[in-house]
Design a protein around this ligand. Structure first.
Ligand code: GUN
Length: 295
């Protein structure tokens, strides 16, 4: 068997196109959805992500603002920036690009973002609402994975889903979302992580495998069964001196060997990455709708 590619770029574009009517309706009421991205330090990958987010805003006619600060910023100063954004009527969504320098506590920063402007869906209020299955502002990458499955007509109901990785921003929330008693969910979930034993034995059981561990090409073809659906969340830069940039991007999945086994697979780049941005755009529009309807 060889796999069908899940085109994240195309699905992300449909999702963004579907937002255009909602954005026009807001603009007719004099509201332009606005996103603020806070970028601390000079991590090149973070800069690339923030640039892509701003570009997506521009393309859709959303307002955006980037606040850049050096890595030695004081935590209190960062909280003050967030407070100003919380009170800025032009801003409906706030994101603080992670990772932050190690002397800043990410949870403290997240707790200072107003939950209704938390377009990353990282605030414990939104995490709780998500866990209860009541919607709210959902975290972008896992929400994007749900949409990739839905648009590809892959119904996880009753399927064995194996999630590799237990991060707060992907592994844990995608487990919670796929577990919901809801349409396009109802899966049986196993989460494997760095302390799990016999990982290949578990991954071979997967009808749907979600790789989100941040280790280049960790999942090999021999670790999955024929016909598996593979969602590769990893975006790893590996050195490639022969290229212009000096690096190339690979996922957490060894693409060629897994492509031979899978029924569907997401490419890297062009799979999950564009979906994260599309869902961020949707959250920004949703936040603007909710904030404006409660005025
Ligand atoms: N770093 C990696 N992914 C994300 C994300 O979705 N949002 C933010 N704010 N930082 C990230």
């Amino acid at each position: 068997m060889s796999a069908q590619l899940i085109d994240g770029k195309q699905i992300a574009q449909s999702i963004k196109n579907n937002l255009k009517g909602r954005i026009s309706a807001l603009k007719e009421k004099g509201i332009t959805p606005g996103l603020a991205a806070v970028l601390v330090g000079d991590n090149p990958a973070s800069q690339t992500y923030v640039n892509s987010k701003v570009k997506a805003c521009e393309k859709l006619g959303l307002f955006s603002k980037v606040i850049k600060r050096p890595a030695n910023i004081d935590q209190y100063e960062l909280i003050q920036i967030i407070n100003e954004l919380n009170n800025n009527d032009k801003i409906h969504g706030i994101l603080v690009q992670s990772p932050l320098p190690s002397d800043i506590d990410e949870l403290t920063i997240t707790l200072n973002i107003k939950p209704e402007k938390d377009v990353d869906g990282f605030h414990p209020y939104n995490v709780g609402i998500m866990l209860l299955g009541r919607g709210g502002l959902l975290p972008c990458t896992p929400h994007g994975i749900m949409k990739l499955l839905e648009y590809s007509n892959i119904d996880p109901s009753g399927k064995e889903v194996v999630i590799v990785g237990r991060s707060n921003i992907v592994g844990k929330p995608i487990a919670a979302m796929l577990l919901q008693k809801a349409k396009n969910a109802n899966a049986t979930i196993t989460v494997v992580h760095s302390r799990s034993q016999n990982i290949p034995e578990i991954t071979k059981r997967a009808d749907i495998l979600i790789a989100a561990i941040g280790q280049p090409e960790f999942i090999k073809g021999g670790m999955v069964k024929d016909g598996v659906v593979i969602i590769d969340v990893g975006i790893n830069r590996i050195e490639a001196p022969e290229t212009n940039k000096g690096y190339r991007l690979v996922g957490d999945v060894e693409f060629d060997s897994c492509f031979e086994k899978a029924s569907y697979i997401t490419p890297v780049p062009g799979g999950v990455g564009p979906m994260t941005i599309a869902m961020l755009m949707e959250n920004t529009v949703k936040a603007a709708e909710l904030i404006s309807s409660s005025l």
